[in-house]
Design a protein around this ligand. Structure first.
Ligand code: ATP
Ligand code: MN
Ligand code: MN
Ligand code: MN
Length: 283
């Protein structure tokens, strides 16, 4: 089943249970059936019929805790709630196909209420999770919180940089681990040969400058893989902001700038000094 199909199969009781299980991730790894029943004031029988449906759809997982079935929400379950919220808030009218999956996200095309394509990016576990998992069992649900935190960070970065006229996709709305943004019809910089690299580098560096000076943030993963070149406007957009950090982290700014200048020097023979560029960004 696709994510859109799963969302369409969810009724009000299923949604209520999923939301409850999401809220419980703040304090619990697993919640027992009797506790769900007590806290929601709904009979076990009624809850169980919804839970077994959610389990079949892989939106919750299940474990035996002290002889009783206990539940927690899955990553797909989280995606279902956030999608439903985007529908309800009239940000998203229809979810389309998945166009990308990385270590940190699943990216979908969606359609707004005018029928125009938009992007919905669902965040997955943060980078640090892999190490974290080494010494914690997989029965820990704090990854959900980290994931939501990452999405919020990316959304706030897009909002600030965009409102200060930086070149990023316009943020359209967010819910939990999902963010909706403007669809940029184009290609990642590394895939193409562009005719005016000087102005592309200009777009990128002025966006880095706006992020630094107006939003007090550094992108943190700046490279030709995280630049979208619009085939409509020939402008370059800086994407993928969840790992952005505050401007105290000088060495990260240096690494971002070094990366992007190296790419333009190697591919287009544009030579720009690192120090001169740092001065421009901070000045
Ligand atoms: P990675 O694992 O490569 O770091 P990621 O999971 O961090 O990726 P992004 O880099 O934000 O996620 O997006 C992944 C891909 O999805 C992009 O390379 C691009 O192809 C597509 N994409 C993301 N945002 C947009 C957008 N606003 N418009 C068009 N395509 C987009
Ligand atoms: Mn990445
Ligand atoms: Mn990326
Ligand atoms: Mn990324």
């Amino acid at each position: 089943l696709t994510l859109a199909e799963r969302v369409s199969l969810i009724g009000p009781m299923d949604y209520r249970l999923l939301k409850f299980l999401y809220e419980k991730t703040a304090t619990h790894d697993w919640i027992k059936l009797s506790q769900i029943s007590d806290e929601l004031g709904i009979s076990k029988r009624e809850i169980l019929s919804s839970l077994s449906k959610l389990y079949d759809l892989r939106l919750v997982s299940k474990e035996l805790v002290l002889g009783e079935n206990a539940y927690r929400i899955t990553f797909t379950g989280l995606n279902v709630i956030s999608t439903k919220n985007l529908y309800v808030n009239k940000i998203l009218n229809k979810l389309g196909i998945m166009i990308g999956t990385g270590k940190e996200s699943e990216v979908y095309i969606g359609y707004n209420f005018d029928g125009d394509p938009i992007i919905v990016k669902y965040h997955k576990l943060g980078k640090s999770y892999r190490n974290y998992k080494k010494y914690r069992e997989d029965t820990d649900s704090s990854w959900i919180r980290r994931t939501v935190h990452n999405a919020e960070k990316e959304y706030n970065a897009l909002k600030c940089v965009k409102s200060n006229y930086g070149q990023v996709p316009s943020p359209l709305g967010s819910s939990l681990n999902a963010i909706a943004m403007e669809y940029i019809y184009g290609k990642e910089l590394y895939k193409i040969e562009i005719s005016d690299p000087e102005s592309a580098l200009n777009d990128i560096l002025s966006t880095v400058r706006i992020a630094y000076k107006e939003c007090n943030i550094i992108h943190g993963d700046l490279s030709e893989y995280n630049i979208l070149y619009s085939l409509d406007s020939d402008r370059s957009y800086v994407i993928d902001w969840p790992q952005s950090t505050n401007i105290q982290n000088e060495e990260i700014l240096l690494r971002d700038i070094t990366n992007i200048l190296y790419y333009f020097s190697k591919k287009y023979n544009i030579i720009k000094g690192v120090q001169e560029t740092l001065n421009y960004v901070k000045g």
